[in-house]
Design a protein around this ligand. Structure first.
Ligand code: URA
Length: 237
């Protein structure tokens, strides 16, 4: 059992204050009955809760795929900058959403936004070997030694040793890099250690989950159950 106001505030973007007001104006029903008391205890799985005539479809957690644009911060909220949670469409907004893993402000591509902390932890933990795939565009032509360096473990400028990464040259100055760690600016720093500057970076895949090519930048859609499992499909292709 859960308090009605807590239930509505986690499932929607209504605040507890909004909910009190909506109770007063008779805009909330539980199983068809108007509820005036926002601290009523309800059964989230079985009771039918409507706010302003709209039924709340209970979900314990949500998982969204965003094609992150440049210029937006990977955070839930920020005093000065627009965040990935700020740009979610209203129908996707609810409490406790955060990006599972950060992309730099100028990095684009696949970002998962969720309110499931355990999911994010498993996805990000290097031991779980969930590979994140990035297409990097470099400032100059790649030479043949870079692949070998990435695949044997790059040592960053500060002495940090990175785990073995997968590396495929896609064109003279672009490469597909697969890493299972998430050190700060990791891909950029790995290339810097080899004397290259990353001029564009896009994340295209996490585990076996690919960025949906129908999603324009800034667009978001909910992941299917199967897609949430694909994240942990560790095969490297
Ligand atoms: N590595 C980077 O350098 N930046 C990102 O945004 C992600 C990985």
């Amino acid at each position: 059992m859960e308090r009605l106001d807590k239930f509505i505030s986690t499932q929607t973007s209504y605040s507890r204050k909004d909910i009190k007001r909506l109770c007063k104006s008779c805009d909330i029903t539980v199983n068809g009955n108007i509820v005036k008391n926002s601290d009523l205890k309800i059964d989230p799985e079985n009771d039918v809760v409507c706010v302003c005539g709209e039924t709340i479809c209970y979900k314990q957690f949500v998982y969204y795929m965003m094609n992150k644009p440049k210029g937006v911060l990977s955070a839930s909220n920020d005093r000065n900058a627009t965040t990935v949670v700020d740009i979610l469409p209203d129908e996707f907004k609810r409490k406790n959403l955060f990006p599972a893993g950060r992309l730099d402000k100028d990095t684009t591509g696949l970002l998962i936004i969720t309110d499931d902390g355990d999911f994010a932890h498993r996805m990000l933990s290097p031991n779980k070997k969930v590979y994140k795939h990035y297409v990097a565009t470099l400032d100059k032509e790649l030479d043949d030694t870079v692949k070998e360096r990435f695949e044997s473990g790059i040592v960053l400028a500060d002495g940090t040793v990175c785990q073995k990464a997968y590396f495929d040259k896609l064109s003279a100055n672009t490469a597909l890099v697969k890493i299972c760690e998430g050190k700060f600016h990791q891909v950029k720093k790995m290339f810097l250690a080899c004397s290259y500057t990353v001029v564009e970076l896009e994340r295209v895949q996490i585990g076996a989950l690919k960025l949906d090519s129908n999603l324009a930048q800034s667009e978001v859609r909910e992941l299917t159950k199967i897609e949430t499992l694909q994240v942990f499909d560790g095969k490297i292709d």
